[in-house]
Ligand binder design. Structure first.
Ligand code: PLP
Length: 437
């Protein structure tokens, strides 16, 4: 049993000053049985060291952004250079043009781009722009998909087709939540039903083209084409939330990723970005078709602004991160290591007679303690959270840092090695053996 007296002490101190002791609820261990979260002190490459001196292999990657591994020298240098030149100007800079061009080259559906400070802001603004452009109010989202914490998208509303919105948080007026219709992912008839009923009022259909928020879930073949076709038939815009998926599976986004053999990129009208494109500093961006983006101030009537937006530190880190990701072979390497991990986890679980479904997409995977495939939120919900909680703690004891929730993905970085995968599988073997004791 690892003792972490310093983490325990810091957590009790944090509880006195920071609400819940954490600055984002997913960092607390409530979903895995509670207790003090590990307070990390340092991170380098694929590893963390906690305040008590223990080392961990990291599969959290800060919920996705840290694809290059922690403290990558090229990104660190860029941040230092930016700090030396002044971190915030409140004026335009050439750096912003450089990153905007890099994004546009990689994601051709984005004719015009605007930088913001988080994925939440990016998504929130795509909705405003879609409403301004279509002059409609409602949006459709998919059950279990998280799009940040702005009022409109903080509605999951169960999984029944065309369920009217019920807010997932206090403080969201029912009147706002009622502008959101939630349908199950990977279910075109449910979307069609919702569009038949509300079509004339729908400004946008908001979708994670590859889901990252109830584990990693692929769209069925033809599903995204269907979503775009159905939405466009009623005059609604299609917004892809690629805050997780952009630059996670290849140098580009899910809309340019060859998911299926004859896959044709299905271009959305608007795209929201965040996470990886900031190289570990706060960022968000949104972009899309020129005539839609021209709704945004100062050109158009949809207002969006930001004191910190496009700051030189975040933009420099983002440019450096994308430069690193342009090196050949990196995604292939993450794919190989993640496949090895996924295959190993499935084999070990079978040996220990533990029902386990593993979804793997290039450098990301998710584990579900269940004996059925997971293609939508309901199927993810029905996986065993208590078994995951025990697995999480047994892995942590052995120095493997996973996200403390059965819904979160494991993210690979370019810094992980075969030795890390072998050590993780050894730890999983032990954990599966103990999980039911
Ligand atoms: N969209 C998706 C798909 C996300 O996964 C997240 C965060 O996890 C967000 C939006 C919100 O991004 P941020 O946490 O940067 O506000």
């Amino acid at each position: 049993m690892k003792h972490r007296p310093i983490s325990e002490q810091l957590y009790s101190e944090a509880l006195q000053h920071i609400v819940g002791g954490v600055n984002s609820p997913s960092r607390s261990y409530r979903a895995v049985g509670g207790g003090a979260p590990v307070f990390m002190k340092r991170a380098q490459g694929a590893y963390f060291w906690d305040e008590d001196g223990h080392q961990y292999i990291d599969y959290l990657a800060a919920y996705g952004p840290i694809i290059t591994g922690h403290a990558h020298p090229h990104i660190t240098e860029a941040i230092i250079r930016a700090a030396q030149n002044g971190t915030l100007y409140g004026t335009p800079t050439e750096l912003e043009i450089t990153l905007a061009k890099m994004l546009k080259d990689a994601i051709p559906s984005m004719d015009k781009v605007r930088f913001v400070n988080s994925g939440t802001e990016a998504v929130m603004t795509t909705i405003r722009v879609a409403r301004a452009y279509t002059k409609r109010n409602k949006i459709i989202k998919f059950a279990g998909c998280y799009h940040g914490h702005s009022d409109l998208v903080l509605v999951a509303a169960g999984s029944g087709p065309a369920t009217l919105g019920i807010p997932d948080s206090a403080g969201i007026p029912i009147s706002i939540a009622q502008e959101v219709i939630t349908v199950p992912f990977n279910d075109l008839p449910a979307l069609q039903t919702a569009l038949e009923r509300y079509g004339d009022d729908i400004a946008a259909v908001m979708v994670e083209p590859i889901v990252g928020n109830f584990g990693m879930v692929m769209p069925h073949e033809g599903y995204l084409e269907g979503v775009c076709k159905l939405a466009r038939a009623v005059g609604a815009l299609v917004v892809y939330d690629e805050v997780i998926s952009a630059f996670r599976f290849h140098y580009g986004s899910a809309q340019t990723f060859n998911v299926f053999p004859d896959f044709q990129a299905i271009e959305p009208d608007l795209t929201a970005l965040g996470k990886i494109i900031g190289g570990g500093l706060p960022i968000g961006a949104y972009g899309g078709r020129k005539e839609i983006m021209e709704q945004v101030a100062p050109l158009g009537p949809a207002y969006q602004a930001g004191t910190m937006a496009g700051n030189p530190a975040s933009i420099s880190a983002g440019i450096a991160c994308l430069e690193v990701l342009q090196q050949p072979g990196l995604y292939e390497q993450m794919d190989r290591l993640t496949s090895k991990l996924a295959v190993g986890l499935r084999q070990l679980a079978k040996q220990h007679d533990i029902p386990l479904t593993v979804n793997q997409i290039v450098g990301s995977l998710s584990t579900y303690f269940c004996d059925h495939p997971v293609t939508n939120y309901d199927e993810a919900l029905s996986s065993d959270g208590e078994q995951f909680a025990r697995f999480f703690k047994l892995m942590l004891e052995q120095g493997i840092n996973l996200a403390p929730s059965k819904y979160e993905a494991w993210f690979m970085t370019i810094a992980h090695t075969d030795n890390d995968i072998d050590a993780t599988l050894e730890a999983a073997d032990y954990a599966f053996g103990k999980i039911n004791n």
